[in-house]
Ligand binder design. Structure first.
Ligand code: SAM
Length: 251
């Protein structure tokens, strides 16, 4: 295939769209071993409450009833472990992630706790999965790393069964006067420094902060979801807009 001239953003840099994935892969390869620890440190543990809100929305059934969840960009399996814990014996989670180092950390976690989780190394923009094969599809803090968000949304819609739900948890836009300046100071100064000390890669966490600022506002993401075919699209801001949880259905 011929390389196109389209560009996208990698943090605050504009890069050829075909180059972004390798840059993102470098980020997660470097931080995989310390990824979960860094989430706790930089969010003061708040990421647990945000992820719990996502799991509550997924609402896996109790008991034997079969429930298949696909967690896109599922990394170290944190969402998968939480959904398995919340659901009954019929709950199965497939984690798809492009990064083998993140998956390796995830596999060690599910083996340690004997969880019903399957890992697939793959790209959220081209899912190696059958149409209509999942009851729910989630993506947590993953969508802003993708090069082609519209393509991934269409793929998520394709693999959902009719009546299935898509949920997206992602950093968003803080627009509370006063708090936004404090949040900027924390984000641009403290997070990269903390990332440097804990993972040895301050640049990875500079990318994280910049990518949050470049990510579409909640209304724009909701519009993209509708364009991908999702119905009854809604979103909820949490923690003064630090994160947003989007929901849409395949009808
Ligand atoms: N969902 C996990 C969580 O909440 O802890 C991990 C989120 S982590 C910030 C972003 C993940 O997106 C990384 O594991 C990265 O490898 C993955 N990723 C990036 N590009 C991807 C792609 N094109 N397809 C699938 N996964 C991708």
């Amino acid at each position: 295939m011929q390389r196109g001239s389209a560009t996208t953003h990698f943090g605050f840099h504009q890069v050829p769209i075909d180059d972004k994935q390798a840059l993102v892969d470098d980020v997660f390869r470097n931080v995989a071993g310390r990824y979960d620890l860094m989430n706790d440190l930089m969010s003061g543990g708040l990421h647990r409450a945000w992820k719990d809100a996502l799991v509550t929305a997924v609402n896996p059934p109790a008991g034997e009833r079969r429930f298949a969840l696909l967690d896109l960009a599922g990394g170290t399996g944190d969402i998968a472990a939480r959904v398995i814990k919340a659901g009954g014996a019929g709950t199965r989670v497939t984690v798809l992630d492009i990064n083998p180092e993140m998956i390796e950390v995830g596999r060690a976690r599910v083996q340690q706790h004997a969880l019903a989780v399957t890992f697939i190394e793959g790209n959220a923009e081209a899912l190696p999965l059958r149409d209509g094969s999942f009851d729910a599809v989630t993506i947590a803090f993953g969508i802003r790393n993708l090069s082609r968000i519209e393509t991934a949304l269409a793929e998520a819609h394709r693999v959902l069964r009719i009546g299935g739900r898509f949920l997206c948890l992602e950093f968003s836009t803080v627009d509370v006067p006063g708090l936004d300046a404090l949040y900027d100071f924390y984000s641009f100064n403290l997070i990269p420094a903390l990332g440097g000390v804990v993972t040895g890669d301050a640049q990875a966490y500079r990318y994280l902060v910049e990518s949050i600022r470049r990510f579409p506002a909640p209304e724009a993401l909701a519009r993209m979801m509708r364009e991908a075919g999702f119905a009854r699209v809604s979103f909820e801001r949490m923690t003064a807009g630090v994160v947003a949880l989007h929901s849409g259905w395949r009808l």
